[in-house]
Ligand binder design. Structure first.
Ligand code: UDX
Length: 436
């Protein structure tokens, strides 16, 4: 099938490359010429495992191209909208400027029978608002939310755990639903659940999923707060409750909390939308989820202060990680970077390292000292703070090796990623999050 993908960020670029890899003829469209140049050369403009190879293969095959010219969408049967919906500058609601602009730009090129498939995460009700403009061209609007995780985006796109398509009226037998089945043919053939809903349900599925995940993380972080005043160990608690299959161990990692381009802004946009709908109280708990999450960054900073005897002023603190999570160079709302910046603000000499995110972090916070090499960054540190659990920190850095580099023997484990006993046995003072 001929497909167009409008918006080539983390979502759109991966979607375009993945669709080409399963045999479609795809054009990716974005207003940013730098992004398009890079993608056209087969180079991923951001760090995402497997994307580079997929792009190169797609371009080589002739089935994948990128352009800034939206006229290139003409002739495609399905047009995916994958532009960003960031938090508004003056509030919690989602900023729909880019979604509206993408739809308006696309309108002149739509033909009767075309499908416009919204993938961006939007407030419930957006599809109903966009539909009249699209339907006036004879095209059909569907909402097809994306559940990809950064770092696993290629795999999540090609082999998702479910496909959700919101169609007008929610009728599973419509032509639009069939076309989407054809788009995702390998996953559908494999038996991946393909759930056809109405627009509102599809829009809500996405925000509900992210709200649930954020709540799960903040739940365990709330338990960490209780553990901190009782001497309990939240990691053991998570293991123990996680054995209950109704609860499950995943997303019960207590630490400095969630960040990134999705969870924080999605729960805020959800609250804002619920309030607009007169149902603010239904998701009032999301304010608490947000508040708990933000408190954990402060807690990590307090731990470093305590660990260094009451002040970080003029202390060398090495922060391991800048990205909001491993296998990503994304620093949007990164708790890791936030902790580093706060320590710097308190007068610490902060050295920060990350395998992928240094360039992005440096652009946003040039005041910090960035060192690419992990061991170089650890040299002469008074304290080490683990904030992004990349393998080269969490798995590969041993206390014995760290001892050959640092001046101090203090670690603050903001991700509860290390074996506390092993660090203590090697002579270190170990501080975890919600652990004695
Ligand atoms: C998330 C959703 O998982 C994905 O389905 C959706 O499409 C987009 O938002 P992503 O933002 O890539 O994906 O990251 P995710 O892996 O969900 O992690 C989010 C944050 O939560 C990270 O900062 C991570 O470090 C943190 N986290 C995750 C925890 O603090 N504890 C955990 O147990 C798990």
């Amino acid at each position: 099938m001929r497909l167009s993908v409008i918006g080539c960020g983390y979502l759109g670029a991966v979607h375009a490359a993945a669709m080409a890899s399963i045999g479609h003829d795809v054009v990716g469209i974005d207003v940013d010429p730098r992004k398009i140049e890079s993608l056209s050369r087969g180079e991923a403009p951001f760090y995402e495992p497997e994307l580079q190879e997929l792009l190169a293969a797609g371009i080589e095959s002739g089935r994948l191209r990128f352009t800034t010219d939206v006229a290139a969408a003409s002739g495609s049967s399905v047009h995916f909208i994958g532009v960003g919906t960031p938090q508004q500058k003056d509030g919690y609601a989602a900023d729909l400027t880019y979604v509206n602009a993408a739809v308006d730009a696309l309108l002149p090129y739509l033909r009767p029978g075309d499908i416009v498939a919204g993938k961006s995460t939007v407030p419930v009700g957006t599809a109903a608002e966009l539909a009249p403009r699209i339907e006036a061209t004879g095209a059909t609007l569907v909402w097809n939310p994306e559940f990809l995780r950064e770092g696993w985006a290629v795999q999540d796109t090609i082999d998702p755990d479910r496909l959700v398509v919101g169609v007008p009226g929610g009728d599973a037998g419509t032509e639009a639903a069939d076309l989407l089945r054809e788009v995702y043919h390998p996953a559908v053939a494999k038996g991946t659940p393909f759930i056809v809903t109405d627009w509102a349900t599809a829009e809500l599925v996405k925000v509900a999923a992210n709200a649930f995940l954020a709540t799960k993380i903040s739940f365990i972080n709330a338990m960490a707060e209780i553990a901190e005043v009782t001497g309990a160990d939240v990691t053991q608690l998570a293991d123990a409750i996680g054995h209950d299959v109704r609860i499950g161990r995943r997303f019960l990692g207590a630490g400095i909390g969630f960040g990134g381009g999705c969870l924080p802004k999605d729960i805020r946009a959800f609250s804002a939308r619920a309030e607009e709908l007169g149902r603010g109280e239904s998701v009032a708990f999301l304010r608490e989820v947000d508040a708990i999450n933000l408190r954990r960054r402060e807690r990590a900073v307090d731990l470093v202060i305590d660990a260094l005897g009451g002040s970080v002023f003029k202390k060398n603190v090495t922060v391991l990680g800048a990205a909001f999570k491993p296998y990503s160079d994304d620093i949007r709302d990164s708790p890791a970077l936030d902790v580093a910046v706060r320590l710097h603000g308190l007068g610490a000499w902060v050295t920060i390292t990350d395998p992928a995110a240094i360039e992005n972090a440096q652009r946003l916070h040039p005041q910090l000292n960035y060192v690419a090499d992990r061991d170089e960054a650890l040299r002469a540190a008074d304290a080490i703070v683990l904030v992004t659990e990349w393998d080269e920190y969490r798995r590969e850095l041993t206390p014995e090796h760290a001892s050959t580099l640092t001046t101090g023997r203090v670690v603050v484990d903001g991700r509860n990623g290390w074996d506390a006993a092993a660090w203590r046995a090697a002579g270190w003072s170990y501080y975890g999050m919600g652990r004695p």
